[in-house]
Design a protein around this ligand. Structure first.
Ligand code: AMP
Ligand code: GLY
Length: 429
């Protein structure tokens, strides 16, 4: 099969790495990819938001399957465009816009969960004309207040604050369109849930589904979960507090009702569902849905999937998902993000990365996130630069390998969190 993979981050390098191990793969194209994917496939010089250009590429290169990494093209309707095209006949891994709304609109997701009795925080939803009502609604909750811009905001649309004054000011800024543009013209206000977060994933054709390993992501930039939110500074899989009991609750109360809910609502879905869960007093609640895999979660879950990924995707797209045998490696994986100085604020690009060859011999993989190759040298090209994935018999061993990689690979100003996984190890001991 000829596969076109859309995206350029660590998630896409991990997808490309796993796809390239498939015996079903004839050629891999990555649009636009990074320095890590260049050795695995052809770089497609494409803007994924230019759907007509993607369609032309699919036709020209005889692409059989398009795998969409990030959410933005899905929410904007790339899957619909390709599946409804009379110019190409192609499989798409990633939902149509109707299903991607689970991520594209917080209000839609909350209504969906309410309709299908899926546990989530209590909430209210308000538009630009309802500022007074929104402010009054804050009285329903104790601080901290949780305010969410309805639309896509590149992971920055959630504001959590102890201060009533700041909550009101944030509501004003969001609802007026000042802080997040159109994405913030509707706001979801919800109850703060106090617990520990875990990411769970399934791949589904909208009827049946297969679970992928779960992972824990470290979102704050600083050690001890301090400082601003980032795209994610590291991840571990498996997650020790996802006990068989918790897993069963999550399946029965969240995963199955979500797939059934999509079916009942007549929403077609072919791709990944990312369940951002929080465990409160032993019970799972949905914090958010995403219509794609997580980054950096993918860098720890895909290496643990033993099954052929392209076979899984092909089965997904041809109605054969129930026939697939998902084999998961019991070994653990961890990933530590090496980021540019200043991230998640402003940072420099174009710094040379050194020591990549020294990674050989360590039980792990260096996944590229924001990198670029030029004349056989690799340079930084983003805030999150590398995802240093380590493997081991248990998390402790895996983390050792991630940090061994961190000691060998680097660039000027690069930094990483030294406490990835420390909390779950402590709890497990
Ligand atoms: P999101 O962009 O929806 O993933 O939210 C970003 C982060 O905000 C989440 O990963 C949580 O840490 C936090 N968060 C979101 N909603 C809640 C909530 N209702 N209670 C507590 N924390 C939340
Ligand atoms: N790591 C969280 C996300 O991909 O949204």
């Amino acid at each position: 099969m000829n596969v076109l993979l859309i995206g350029s981050g660590g998630r896409e390098h991990a997808l490309a790495w796993k796809l390239s191990q498939s015996s079903l793969l004839t050629s891999l194209h990555v649009a636009p990819g990074n320095a890590g994917t260049t050795g695995l496939g052809e770089q497609a010089d494409l803007d994924p938001m230019d759907f007509a250009a993607v369609e032309r590429y699919v036709k020209r290169h005889d692409i059989d399957q398009v795998v969409v990494g990030p959410e933005a093209p899905l929410v904007a309707g790339l899957a619909d465009y390709l599946l409804d095209s009379d110019k190409v006949d192609v499989q798409v891994v990633g939902p149509r816009a109707a299903g991607a709304e689970l991520e594209g609109s917080k209000d839609f997701a909350k209504q969906f969960m309410k309709r299908h009795n899926i546990p989530t925080a209590r909430y209210g939803s308000f538009t630009g004309e309802q500022l007074e009502a929104a402010i009054a609604f804050l009285d329903e909750f104790q601080p901290p207040y949780v305010l969410k811009a309805d639309g896509l905001a590149a992971g920055k649309g959630v504001i959590i604050t102890e201060s009533r004054k700041e909550a009101e000011a944030t509501l004003r800024d969001m609802l007026s369109g000042e802080s997040f543009g159109e994405a913030g013209r509707r706001v979801v206000i919800e109850e703060f849930l106090d617990g520990i977060e875990v990411s769970m994933f399934c791949v589904t054709d909208g009827h049946s589904f297969k679970m992928l390993p779960s992972a824990k992501d470290y979102k704050r930039v600083g050690e001890g979960d301090q400082g601003p939110n980032t795209g994610g500074m590291g991840a571990v899989s498996p997650v020790p507090f996802v006990t068989p009991e918790f897993q069963e609750k999550a399946m029965n109360q969240i995963v199955i009702p979500t797939i059934k809910g999509l079916e009942k609502d007549g929403i077609p879905y072919c791709g990944f569902v990312f369940f951002g869960l929080i465990k409160v007093g032993g019970d799972p609640y949905v914090i958010e849905y995403n219509c794609r895999l997580g980054d950096p979660e993918t860098e720890v879950i895909l290496p643990r999937v033993k099954s052929d990924l392209l076979h899984l995707f092909d089965s997904l797209c041809t109605g054969m998902l129930t026939e697939v045998d998902m084999a998961i490696d019991p070994r653990a994986a961890s990933t530590v993000i090496l980021a540019s100085a200043g991230y998640p604020g402003a940072y420099e690009k174009g710094v040379e990365i050194e020591g990549l060859e020294a990674a050989a011999g360590i039980d792990g993989v260096v996944f590229h996130a924001g990198t670029k190759e030029s004349r056989r040298k690799v340079y930084t090209a983003g805030g999150r630069v590398l995802a240093l994935t380590g493997f081991g018999m248990d998390l402790e061993a895996a983390l050792k390998n991630s940090y061994r990689l961190a000691a060998r690979v680097g660039f000027e100003g690069g930094f990483y969190r030294k406490d990835i996984g420390a909390d779950v190890l402590e709890e497990a001991h």
